[in-house]
Write a protein of this length. Structure first.
Lengths: 917, 115
C-alpha cells in the first residue's frame, strides 16, 4: 500500500470536508473509519486508469454528499426505514415535497455568506422599498376609486376651449342652468362653488372656514348621505347673488350640513349638533346634518356644505365662471357617449345664442377621478417609471452578484448533478435562492417604505388629492410581494440557467478554483454591467433634465421682489360694512395702519395676490380699437388695487405714471396696463398713454384713461409667461368687492415681528372679523413650484441610487475579474509588463462595458425623455449640457469603481501569484 | 421475535449484502466493501459513505454490532459482526429469496443448467 499521491491527497481532503457535512453524532462515531476506508480504497484504485479513478471519486463524493444531506434533513425514523434503492429517493425529486428542505438549505447557504446575503438583500430592499413607497402614493392618488358609491359614474362637466381642449373652465350660473335643463332627467346633476364664511363660535374668536355652496342635491349626486340628521331639501337653499361676495339678499335663516370634525369641535358630538344654530358670516343657519368622518368633498379643508338658490339676476349671469357641475350617470350602457353628444349639440346652440360669452366653447364630461389627478398624473407616472428603472438596475446588479456567486459554486452544483439532480432541479435550487433573497429584500423594502412614507408625503407638493391617506396597507404589501417574486425570478433566472447548463464532470475536473465557463461568463457579466449603466444613464438624464428645468424656472424673474413680502386676506363682511364707502373706509384704515407699523416699509392691497393662479379675468375693450363685428372680446386679468401697490411690490414703471393722490373717487377714472398688454393689443406706433379701456360687459364700468405701463408679473406660476393685465384703482370703482389681499413689505429681518404686528393691527381695527393666515410671499412662490421641486428631488434621489448601484455592480465585476486573473497578471508581470500597463488593462476592461452602456443609455434616453417633455421648462430632451454632464459623471464613477481593483492588480506579486497557481 | 424479523423483510439489497458479508466472520468496513465486491464479481462497489450510513442504520436497528478486533494493533478500524437478530433476519430473507427463486424455476423462468 503506497502513500497516496498529491492529487489523491487533494481528493481525500475534499472527501474529508464532505464527511464534515454529516450530523455530529454520525461524524464522531464513524468519520475516522470512513476516512480510513477511503484511504485504503484510494490506494487500491490508484493503479487504475484516470477515467476510472475519476468515476470512483465522483461516486464516493456523491454518496457522502447525498447521505449527509439525507441524515441532516430527514427525520431519523424516515431515514431508518428500509427502503428500495439507496439514493433514489433523493434523486426522484419532488419540488413541493422537498420545498421546506430546499428552503432550509438555501437559508443555511445564505447564512454562510452573510456579506453576499446582506449586499443582495440591501440592494433589493432599496429597489423594492422605493417602488413600494411610490406605489402607495400612486395607488391612493390615482388607482383607488374615490370613496363614493359607484365613483366611476361621477363626472365633472366643464367648458373647454375648442382651439385648445386642454384649457377648461367652469360654468356661469346661466350656463349651468342651460346644462341642467339639457341633462334633464337623464342623469342626476348638481353644482357647487367654494366660499369662505366667518364662523362665530360661542365665546371664541371668530374664524374663517371653507364652505361649499351647493346648487341642487350635491350629497345625493355623490351618494353620501349625512351620517347624522338629513341632507337639505330642494327648496331649503338660501338665495345668493353672484358674485358671491355681494352677499345674500334674502334674510331667511338657512340650513347647513357640517363636517364631522367641525360638529365635534363646536358641539362635542355630531348628534348634539343637530338642530343647533350656527352663525356664518353674520347669518343664522340651522344644522340639519353631519357628514361621516373623513368626508371632505371636494377640498380637504371643507367644513360645511350650504345649499343655495340663485337670485333672478344671478340666474341670468353669463360672466362669472363659478360653478363646478357634477353629474352621476345612470347605470346604463353608452349613457356617457349619449350625454356627451347631447352636450356637444347644446354647446353648438349656446355658441349661436350667446356668441359674446360662448363662442369657442365646447362642453365636456370628465370623470371625477381623472380630473382630480390631472395636475399630478404626469409627475407620478414619471416617478413610477423612475423607481421601476431603479429596481431594474438593482435586479441586474443582483443577477451579476448571483452569477459570481454561482461560479464559486460550480463544484457544489456539479456534485449535486453527479448525484442525479436534474437540470430542472439545479435550476430550481438556484431560483429558490434568488427568490429567498428577493422575499427578504421585499420585506426589508416594505419596512423601508413604511419608514420613509411620511418623509415622502412631506416632499410631495400640497394639493395632491387623498395623499394623506396613503399608507402601506394590504394592497400595497401585495404589490410589493408580487414585485419581489417577479424580481427574484428576473434576476435569478439567467444565472440559474447558466449554472444548470454546466457539465458536472468538467466542473469537477477543473482546477481547485472551481470556476467554469470563465470567458463566456465574464462576457455575460460585462453585458449586464452595460445594461445597468444604460438604465442608470436614462435615469440620470431624466433627473438632469428636470433639475435643469427647475433651475430655469426658479431663476425666472417673477416681476416683483418677493423678499420680505407678507400677505393676508382682508374682508369687509356685509353684515359689518353694508355700504361700499364703509368697505373702502375699512380697507383704507387697514392700509394706513399697516403702513405706520415700525417694521413696515410700505403697504397696499390688491384684489388678487401676484402669483396666485387664476385670479379675476374679464373682457377687455379699448375704446380706440373697437372689436370687429362678430368677434368676441378677449379676456384679460385685472387687479383692483390700492394706491402704492407698485412701490410695495417693487414692480417697475415703464412709461407714464402710477396711480397718484389725484386719482380718487370722483376724479376722471384711470387705469394701468402691463407690458404684455402693450405687446398683445397695441401696435408699435400706438401711444398707450392716449388710449382708454374698460373691462367686463360694456357700460358696467366707465372708460378709463391709461396713464402708465408697468412691468410684467408672472401670475400663473413661474413657468408660465406673463399675460396681459389691467390695474384699476379700488377707490375709483363702484363695485361690490369686499375682499382683498393686504400686501406688506417688511423691513429686512423683521418679517416675523411684522407679521405679529399686522395680526394685532387687524384685530384692533375690527375684532369681529376673523383672523386669516398671514402668508410669506417668498415661501408661496417656492411652494408654487412645489410639484416640480418634489419631482426633482425624488428623481434625483432615484437616479443617484441607480448610479451607486451601477457603480457597485461595476466594482464587483472588475474586482472579481482581477481576482480570477491573478495568475495571468502574475505571468504578465513576470514577463516584464509594467504595473502601469496592468492597471491600464484592468481599467480598459472595466470601462468597455461602461462606454457601451453609456452609448446605449444615451440612445435610449431620447425616446424615453420625450415622455418628460411636457414637464420640462427651458430645456429640450436632447439638451447637450445635461447629456455631457451625465456622461462625464458616469465615467467618473466608473473610473472610481475600477480604481481599487486596478491598483490591486498593479500590486500583484508575480511570485506569489504563480505559486497560487 | 418472529414478528420482529418478518417486519423487516424484504431487505434492501445493500442491507442483505452487508449481512451476507458478515455471515462468516467479523469484518471492518474496508473488508465489507472488498467482500461485497468479490462476491458480486466486481459488479457491486460500495462507496464508503454508503457503507457507513448503512452500518449506522443497521447498528441502530440491532442487526449488527461492533466486535473485538482480531488484530489488536489496528485500533483505527472497528470490526463488525452479526447480532442474533441480524443472523435471523439474514436467514429469513435468504429463505424468502430461495422461495422466490424456486418459484421462478417452477415457472421455467430460469434455465435448468444454471442449477
Amino acid at each position: 500500500m503506497s502513500d497516496p499521491s498529491g492529487s489523491e491527497r487533494v481528493l481525500l481532503r475534499l472527501a474529508g470536508k464532505l464527511v464534515r457535512l454529516f450530523p455530529g453524532a454520525f461524524r464522531r462515531e464513524y468519520a475516522r473509519e470512513v476516512m480510513e476506508t477511503l484511504r485504503q480504497r484510494t490506494s487500491e484504485v490508484g493503479r487504475q486508469s484516470f477515467p476510472r479513478r475519476m468515476l470512483f471519486w465522483i461516486r464516493e463524493y456523491r454518496a457522502l454528499l447525498s447521505l449527509a444531506l439525507r441524515m441532516r434533513f430527514n427525520p431519523p425514523e424516515d431515514f431508518n426505514r428500509p427502503r428500495q434503492g439507496r439514493v433514489r429517493r433523493y434523486t426522484r425529486w419532488n419540488m413541493l415535497k422537498n420545498l421546506p428542505l430546499d428552503f432550509r438549505r438555501t437559508v443555511r447557504g445564505l447564512a454562510r455568506r452573510p456579506a453576499f446575503a446582506a449586499v443582495a438583500i440591501l440592494t433589493l430592499a432599496l429597489g423594492i422599498g422605493a417602488n413600494t413607497a411610490i406605489f402607495s402614493l400612486i395607488d391612493q392618488v390615482m388607482l383607488r376609486s374615490l370613496p363614493y358609491p359607484d365613483a366611476e359614474r361621477l363626472m365633472l362637466t366643464y367648458f373647454y376651449d375648442l382651439d385648445d381642449p386642454q384649457i377648461t373652465s367652469q360654468a356661469t350660473p346661466a350656463d349651468y342652468l342651460d346644462w341642467r335643463e339639457q341633462v334633464g332627467a337623464s342623469a342626476q346633476m348638481a353644482a357647487y362653488y367654494p366660499g369662505r364664511r366667518d364662523l362665530y363660535a360661542e365665546g371664541g374668536e371668530p374664524e374663517s372656514i371653507q364652505t361649499v355652496l351647493a346648487l341642487g342635491d350635491l350629497l345625493g349626486v355623490l351618494g353620501v348621505p349625512p351620517a347624522h340628521g338629513r341632507a337639505w331639501l330642494p327648496d331649503e337653499g338660501v338665495q345668493v347673488a353672484v358674485p358671491s361676495t355681494a352677499g345674500e339678499p334674502d334674510g331667511r335663516p338657512g340650513v347647513v350640513v357640517l363636517s364631522d370634525s367641525l360638529s365635534r369641535r363646536l358641539f362635542g358630538h355630531p348628534q348634539a349638533a343637530l338642530q343647533q344654530e350656527v352663525r356664518l358670516s353674520g347669518r343664522p343657519y340651522t344644522v340639519i346634518g353631519v357628514m361621516p368622518p373623513g368626508f371632505r368633498y371636494p377640498w380637504p379643508d371643507v367644513e360645511a356644505w350650504l345649499p343655495v338658490q340663485l337670485t333672478p339676476e344671478a340666474a341670468a349671469n353669463r360672466t362669472e365662471y363659478l360653478f363646478r357641475a357634477l353629474i352621476r350617470l345612470p347605470r346604463k350602457e353608452g349613457v356617457r357617449e349619449r350625454l356627451q353628444a347631447e352636450l356637444d349639440a347644446l354647446a353648438a346652440r349656446l355658441r349661436q345664442e350667446h356668441p359674446v360669452s360662448n363662442s369657442g366653447r365646447g362642453i365636456r364630461l370628465i370623470p371625477l377621478q381623472e380630473r382630480m389627478v390631472v395636475g399630478v398624473r404626469d409627475s407620478l407616472v414619471t416617478l413610477w417609471l423612475a423607481v421601476g428603472l431603479v429596481l431594474l438596475v438593482a435586479c441586474v446588479n443582483l443577477a451579476n452578484l448571483m452569477l459570481v456567486r454561482n461560479m464559486g459554486r460550480g463544484r457544489e452544483m456539479a456534485v449535486r448533478k453527479a448525484l442525479g439532480a436534474g437540470r430542472l432541479q439545479t435550476l430550481w435550487q438556484s431560483l429558490l435562492e434568488s427568490l429567498t433573497i428577493s422575499l427578504a429584500g421585499g420585506a426589508a423594502g416594505a419596512v423601508l417604505a413604511w419608514l420613509t412614507l411620511d418623509a415622502l408625503k412631506s416632499l410631495a407638493p400640497e394639493g395632491m388629492p387623498r395623499l394623506e391617506q396613503a399608507a402601506i396597507d394590504q394592497r400595497v404589501l401585495l404589490f410589493s410581494l408580487g414585485l419581489s417574486l417577479a424580481a427574484g425570478v428576473f434576476f435569478g433566472i439567467l444565472p440559474a440557467l447558466r449554472m444548470s447548463r454546466q457539465d458536472p464532470a468538467s466542473a469537477l475536473q477543473k482546477g481547485s478554483r472551481g470556476a467554469s465557463g470563465g470567458r463566456s461568463a465574464s462576457r455575460f457579466q460585462r453585458g449586464l454591467v452595460a445594461v445597468e449603466v444604460a438604465l442608470s444613464v436614462v435615469l440620470l438624464i431624466a433627473a438632469g433634465l428636470t433639475l435643469r428645468s427647475f433651475i430655469q424656472v426658479i431663476q425666472q424673474d417673477p416681476g416683483y421682489d418677493p423678499e420680505g413680502l407678507l400677505a393676508v386676506s382682508i374682508y369687509a363682511p356685509d353684515y359689518r360694512y353694508p355700504e361700499p364707502a364703509q368697505v373702502l373706509g375699512y380697507f383704507d384704515r387697514v392700509v394706513e395702519g399697516a403702513g405706520a407699523l415700525p417694521g413696515v416699509e410700505s403697504a397696499s392691497y390688491s384684489s388678487v395676490l401676484p402669483l396666485s393662479e387664476g385670479g379675476n379675468s374679464a373682457w377687455i375693450h379699448v375704446r380706440e380699437k373697437p372689436i370687429p363685428q362678430g368677434q368676441s372680446p378677449d379676456f384679460v386679468h385685472y387687479r383692483i388695487i390700492g394706491p402704492d401697490l407698485f412701490r410695495t411690490l417693487k414692480i417697475p414703471l415703464r412709461r407714464g405714471r402710477v396711480f397718484e393722490d389725484s386719482d380718487r373717487a370722483g376724479s376722471s377714472p384711470t387705469a394701468l396696463i402691463n407690458e404684455a398688454f402693450v405687446d398683445r393689443y397695441l401696435n408699435q406706433d400706438d401711444d398707450p398713454l392716449s388710449l382708454h379701456l374698460t373691462i367686463g360687459p360694456k357700460g358696467m364700468l366707465p372708460w378709463m384713461r391709461i396713464v402708465g405701463v408697468v412691468g410684467n408679473v408672472r401670475n400663473n406660476g413661474l413657468a408660465q409667461p406673463p399675460g396681459p393685465a389691467v390695474f384699476l384703482l379700488r377707490s375709483q370703482l363702484d363695485l361690490p368687492w369686499r375682499s382683498a389681499e393686504l400686501i406688506v413689505r417688511a423691513a429686512p429681518g423683521t418679517r416675523d415681528s411684522t407679521a405679529a404686528q399686522v395680526r394685532d393691527l387687524l384685530h384692533q381695527i375690527d375684532p369681529q372679523i376673523p383672523a386669516y393666515r398671514i402668508r410669506d410671499v417668498e415661501q408661496d412662490i417656492a411652494q408654487s413650484e412645489g410639484l416640480r421641486r418634489s419631482v426633482v428631488q425624488l428623481l434625483g434621489g432615484f437616479a443617484l441610487l441607480a448610479l451607486i448601484l451601477a457603480g457597485v455592480g461595476l466594482f464587483g465585476v472588475v474586482s472579481f475579474t482581477v481576482g480570477r486573473r491573478v495568475p495571468e497578471i502574475g505571468i504578465r508581470m513576470a514577463l516584464g509588463a509594467a504595473p502601469s500597463r496592468i492597471g491600464g488593462w484592468v481599467l480598459r476592461n472595466g470601462l468597455v462595458p461602461v462606454v457601451i452602456g453609456l452609448v446605449l443609455g444615451l440612445a435610449a434616453s431620447f425616446p424615453l425623455t420625450d415622455l418628460l417633455s411636457n414637464q420640462l421648462y427651458g430645456v429640450r430632451p436632447g439638451d447637450p449640457m445635461t447629456l455631457s454632464a451625465v456622461a462625464l459623471g458616469l465615467l467618473l464613477v466608473a473610473a472610481l469603481a475600477c480604481w481599487q481593483p486596478a491598483r490591486r492588480a498593479t500590486r500583484t506579486d508575480p511570485v506569489r501569484a504563480l505559486r497560487a497557481e | 421475535m418472529q414478528g420482529r424479523v418478518e417486519e423487516r423483510l424484504p431487505l434492501t439489497p445493500l442491507t442483505y449484502d452487508v449481512l451476507l458479508a458478515l455471515a462468516e466472520e467479523a469484518c471492518h468496513g474496508y473488508g465489507i466493501i472488498k467482500e461485497v465486491e468479490r462476491r458480486s464479481g466486481g459488479r457491486t462497489q460500495l462507496e464508503a459513505g454508503t457503507l457507513y450510513a448503512a452500518i449506522k442504520r443497521m447498528r441502530d436497528e440491532g442487526l449488527i454490532e461492533t466486535a473485538a478486533a482480531p488484530d489488536e494493533a489496528d485500533s483505527r478500524r472497528r470490526y463488525y459482526c452479526l447480532t442474533g437478530l441480524g443472523r435471523e433476519v439474514l436467514m429469513a430473507e435468504s429463505r424468502r429469496l430461495e422461495a422466490l427463486v424456486s418459484a421462478a424455476r417452477s415457472k421455467n423462468v430460469l434455465p435448468e443448467e444454471a442449477r
